[in-house]
Design a protein around this ligand. Structure first.
Ligand SMILES: [Zn+2]
Length: 452
């Protein structure tokens, strides 16, 4: 095993050198930069070329284009794996349900039909980015780029799709400006200086434009209040030149930059934009899989894994705070595709995270597909997820509170036995991607992984 490590580390070091990333901590700030696409504004937003030279503040805010009847036709790059295509569609279903009022649909994503003039096109490419609003005139497809190795976390997909729900304003059929709804970045709001401080001294010089705020003529906030918990808010260290914060909330103890779910204000803003009470069809009931008559469900198979978090375990940061958490990482493969349940058993307050393909402790939201704190009772995590036999997963067992140690066991229940492959790795290689050591495909992690 040691021999393999040396080979991998040598290859990794070589790759890092070639791509201009030295292996020391100094690289950290560079890693926070998005892909170098000069058309990207605020890290992940693209605008129609006609918008680039438009002076700001000439808005006629009420003449707008939104997706007709809240229906957003989509086309997904067929080169994505079935699992990734499913994650995109499931995320759309989740957004529809979150925004629906009393189960009446407000916005709706559906596959593009030949008669659709405008649609969003989700493609694999560099970084995670999106055009803002429905594209008009010469561009009928509205590109959302979701890099297959760095953007496949539900929250990041929601973030990019929310950009597409915004609107572009028209006057005499000319684009004159663009409007903020919930779907610009939250920290661009006109009132942002009452809520955050932008620390320009810590921002990469050529990225300062990403921290502009827009005035009320330009942006419509629907009179909602500033929302630290918006999925459209940047994190504290975005575009940092020196590993120090670039955005500091003026309120104590708030978390910014979450990429887990739409906040209640995000949901409200979509409803207001699409005037949701006025339209819609009732959503179907959620499908619950039941056995066909005459068939019996296979009896579940129980497998287990145990380990301990000690003061020698690996540590990482979470939620943009300085506290550190011990964690254990284990590779998981299943021989049969199906729903599996992972329940933790311990005397400590545990927290579980499930990743697909890769886990990078410095970019903990990349590839995250599920997480849980206490569903297993007695402060234990319980994660239930559909696992595919062709995919490697990584289960991270950690704790709800920092600096906590203790033994734990994982009980897995599913249609077949779960293979747990312990990841033996010394802490000095903490930042390597663990799945490299166990998968035959040698995948270069996307170090430019955007998290905005
Ligand atoms: Zn964004």
């Amino acid at each position: 095993m040691i021999g393999y490590y040396s080979i991998y580390v040598a290859i990794i070091a070589l790759v890092l050198q070639i791509s201009g990333f030295p292996t020391g901590n100094k690289t950290y700030s560079k890693l926070k930069r998005p892909i170098g696409n000069p058309q990207l504004i605020e890290g992940d937003m693209l605008f129609h070329p006609a918008l680039q030279s438009v002076p700001r503040g000439v808005a006629v805010r009420d003449t707008g284009v939104i997706w007709t009847n809240g229906i957003i036709p989509y086309q997904i790059d067929p080169n994505y794996t079935p699992e990734r295509q499913a994650l995109i569609v499931n995320t759309m279903r989740k957004m529809e349900r979150l925004v629906a009022i009393n189960n009446v649909v407000c916005i709706q994503f559906r596959p593009k039909q030949s008669s659709d003039r405008y649609f969003i096109e989700i493609v694999d490419g560099l970084g995670c980015s999106s055009y803002v609003g429905q594209s008009i005139h010469e561009m009928s497809s509205h590109i959302v780029t979701l890099n297959s190795s760095s953007c496949f976390m539900e929250g990041m997909i929601i973030h990019e799709l929310l950009h597409t729900l915004g609107r572009i304003l028209l006057l005499n059929n000319m684009i004159i400006t663009r409007a903020l709804l919930g779907f610009y970045h939250e920290q661009s709001r006109p009132d942002r200086d009452n809520y955050i401080r932008v620390l320009y001294g810590n921002i990469l010089t050529d990225e300062q434009r990403n921290f502009e705020k827009y005035d009320n003529k330009f942006l419509n906030t629907f009179n909602t209040s500033y929302d630290y918990s918006s999925i459209m808010h940047y994190g504290r260290y975005v575009f940092s030149s020196n590993d120090l914060p670039t955005i500091e909330p003026l309120q104590a103890n708030v978390i910014i930059g979450q990429r887990n779910n739409m906040s209640s204000t995000d949901i409200l803003e979509v409803r207001l934009l699409y005037n949701c009470s006025a339209i819609g069809v009732t959503l179907p009931e959620i499908n619950i899989t039941t056995a066909r008559p005459g068939t019996t469900l296979p009896s579940p198979v129980v497998s287990s894994y145990s380990n301990a978090l000690t003061r020698h375990s690996l540590m990482y940061n979470r939620d943009d705070v300085m506290n550190k958490y011990y964690y254990d990482a284990v590779n998981i493969n299943v021989p049969v595709t199906g729903t599996y349940h992972f329940k933790c058993i311990s005397n400590i307050d545990t927290f579980g995270y499930l990743y697909m393909n890769e886990f990078d402790p410095e970019y903990i939201s990349n590839n995250l597909i599920n997480k849980n704190d206490d569903d297993g009772k007695n402060a234990q995590f319980l994660i239930s997820h559909t696992l595919y036999s062709s995919v490697t997963y990584i289960l991270i067992s950690t704790t709800s509170n920092p600096y906590t140690t203790g033994s734990f066991a994982i009980e897995a229940v599913g249609p077949a036995a779960v293979n747990f492959n312990t990841i033996r790795i010394s802490s000095s290689y903490n930042r390597l991607v663990y799945s490299w050591l166990f998968t035959t495909t040698f995948v270069l992690i996307n170090f430019n992984a955007a998290r905005w």
